[in-house]
Design a protein around this ligand. Structure first.
Ligand code: ZN
Length: 291
């Protein structure tokens, strides 16, 4: 019964929005972006998102997941900064009323939502939420600990593998040039264990600041693990390996990491702390082709 209800909600979502608000459709390969009450400037920003980069994102996530699973159709609802949010269907308003949230992947509605905000380019929000959607749909909902999924979603905003499976810095994505060095303060820092065991469900709405802090440090955990993968190649396969071993808990991932790198927790944590706070590594910004 719940499934039928969800299916009806999903099917009616865009027609319901159309009845109340101005909706424009932009097809981008497997993703369909619906611009909801967007200004001409906002529409122009959305139009600059190319099918090619959306395809590149999927190829990157398929590569990280080591899967050839067929791409699902993904719907993205993009709300303009002046959209009258009180007119949105009830199942969306709960998310939209959360004023600090810029985007979300709403699994039950099989829909990603994004909102124009002055602080973050819409392209980055869309890429982030599409990553969550792809990780979810291409694994049939495998429950990766939130820091793992957030790490890849944040990574996709900046770094994606090219056709040879290597990563390169995407200058055009960086915008705020935020990703060069972690340089976290002790207050911002979270240990590997704290990140992996973060209770996102409890804190997504009630403690938004700590949720956002967690996604930020998760990005650096992801970059740190890719750095360690130079010595321990299995870390690059973290997504398929966790699935293969049915590791879904933070503690489980924590043990697996120590086993995969043949180090104990103190060494893992010390390395991560130094990496995040001392700014010891700078991301390589040279495109692979020129190396
Ligand atoms: Zn996220």
């Amino acid at each position: 019964m719940q499934r039928t209800k969800d299916w009806v909600r999903q099917a009616l979502l865009v027609p319901t929005l159309r009845a109340q608000m101005e909706v424009r459709k932009l097809k981008r390969g497997y993703a369909t972006i619906y611009a909801v009450t967007c200004s001409p400037t906002e529409l122009a920003e959305l139009s600059r998102i190319r099918s090619g980069e959306i395809a590149n994102l999927a190829a990157g996530i398929q590569h990280y997941l080591d899967t050839n699973e067929e791409l699902p159709r993904i719907r993205v609802l993009c709300f303009g900064s002046c959209a009258a949010l009180e007119n949105t269907p009830q199942e969306l308003s709960q998310w939209l009323c959360n004023t600090t949230a810029r985007g979300a992947w709403l699994r039950r509605l099989c829909t990603a939502v994004a909102r124009f905000t002055p602080a973050t380019p819409i392209r980055r929000i869309i890429v982030h939420e599409l990553t969550h959607a792809l990780l979810d749909l291409l694994t049939n909902g495998f429950p990766y600990p939130v820091a793992i999924a957030e790490g890849f979603a944040r990574r996709a905003e900046y770094l994606l593998p090219n056709k040879r499976g290597m990563t390169e810095w995407q200058q055009q994505s960086s915008h705020q040039q935020k990703g060069h060095r972690a340089n976290l303060t002790d207050d911002e820092f979270m240990s590997v264990r704290e990140l992996l065991c973060f209770d996102a469900r409890a804190r997504w709405t009630s403690d938004r600041a700590s949720f956002l802090g967690m996604t930020n440090v998760s990005f650096w955990l992801n970059v740190y693990l890719f750095k360690l993968s130079g010595k321990h190649p299995i870390l690059k396969r973290i997504l398929p390996e966790l699935r293969l071993r049915c590791i879904t808990t933070g503690e489980g991932v924590y043990s697996w990491l120590q086993e995969a790198c043949s180090i104990d927790h103190a060494e893992l944590e010390d390395g991560f702390y130094r990496f995040c706070t001392k700014g010891t590594m700078e991301l390589d910004t040279t495109p692979n082709d020129r190396r």
